[in-house]
Write a protein that binds this ligand. Sequence first.
Ligand code: KE4
Length: 440
Amino acid sequence: MATQESPSPRSYARSTEVFARARDLMPGGVNSPVRAYKAVGRDPVVVRQGKGCRVTDVDGNEYIDYVGSYGPLILGHCPAQVTVALSKAVAKGTSFGMPTEAENALAEMVIAAVPSIELVRFVNSGTEATMSAIRLARAATSRDLIIKCTGCYHGHSDSLLVQAGSGATTLGTPSSPGIPPSVTSHTILVPYNDLAATAQAFGSFPGKIAAILIEPIAGNMGCVPPQTGYLQGLRELCDRHGALLIFDEVMTGFRVAYGGAQQLYGIRPDLTCLGKIVGGGLPCAAYGGRQDLMRKMAPDGPVYQAGTLSGNPLAMAAGLAMLQSLKDSVAYQTLEQSSALLAEGLTQAAAKAKVPVSCQRVGSMICVFFSPKPIANYEQALSCDTKAFTAFFNTMLAHGVMLPPSQYETWFVSLAHDAQAIAQTIAAAAAAFQAAAKKH
Ligand code: KE4
């Protein structure tokens, strides 16, 4: 009989078979590197379906899911609001390459929700959103240099895949081959939460910096909140030096508040990138901001950016359904309560197992750093005990809890994570911290 310490053994035979075939078809057997489980020393489980806060793999094993597709699934898997909206939309067509009313409807909701956005452009991924936003910033300021933080991840465009977090760090290749130094020489790296280093960068390149691109809450080196005054300090530096402040809210947008981190912290960037939740789990992202800036984008202005499937009617329908479920709701209070309960339970379980951790959270973005001290930047994140994380991750998986397979990712709590799921997670963590203690 299975006990909390040793759950019933699970079969992964079908996952192993399917993933072996996948490796013959796609690099690493995946379409995004972090899914390959390289950092946790095992093959990934292959998922068959999701419902609410749970997913089931192809062997029939069920898991409480904190990956949540890395952020979009704030309502959980297959929320009726979204699936019904999608079935209606798909009956009218999947794509047109022509304007649709659905684009107006979602644009109106985004503009009404996000304080800094007066005009918005939909694209297909967060990578496209940030790539387009820095192109616009360079055009608007006639300057070439961009400041980004080490450990922040803004997608895989050439200018931004330097000292990036998320999968790039997980794979130990924060700066990718194939990117000419002539490109990355325009990207200045500073530590997160370090205003002095950022001010120094402006001093070193006077009149040459187009923008700071920042995750207002860093979610790609694990969950690292901005320290008090940091975001306001960046705002002031940009104003003083004539640079633009770009918030990459691909992960935080509609996640930590309906108006994103900029609403939570009361800071108004010049441009904002969105993704994940805005598309309701379909390929959709966006960038937007001040009218005077966004009017520079073609066809109003000369700055070019385009996309065959941008504003796709299915993504618009899913995004609309998701935002309508979040607007004027108690969603964020509910998420705050359940996420706080989870964080408290994890912290207590780690203390009981005598494993030094820093459980860090903003709203329903959470992660457990295997570190005795709080983590405020990339260098500190890299000092975490990844062996202990790996033992923790694999034991949680064995106990039916699916976490992002890397110390440098954020977990996502959804509205579908009920009290039972949170309690089950905390119980599994008790055993998982014991396993981590042995590796520590
Ligand atoms: P996409 O191009 O993957 O849609 O978005 C890139 C991106 C941009 N900005 C932020 C703040 C992001 O978190 C992301 C993507 N997040 C990762 C998760 N850490 C995506 C997961 C993956 O690469 O598979």
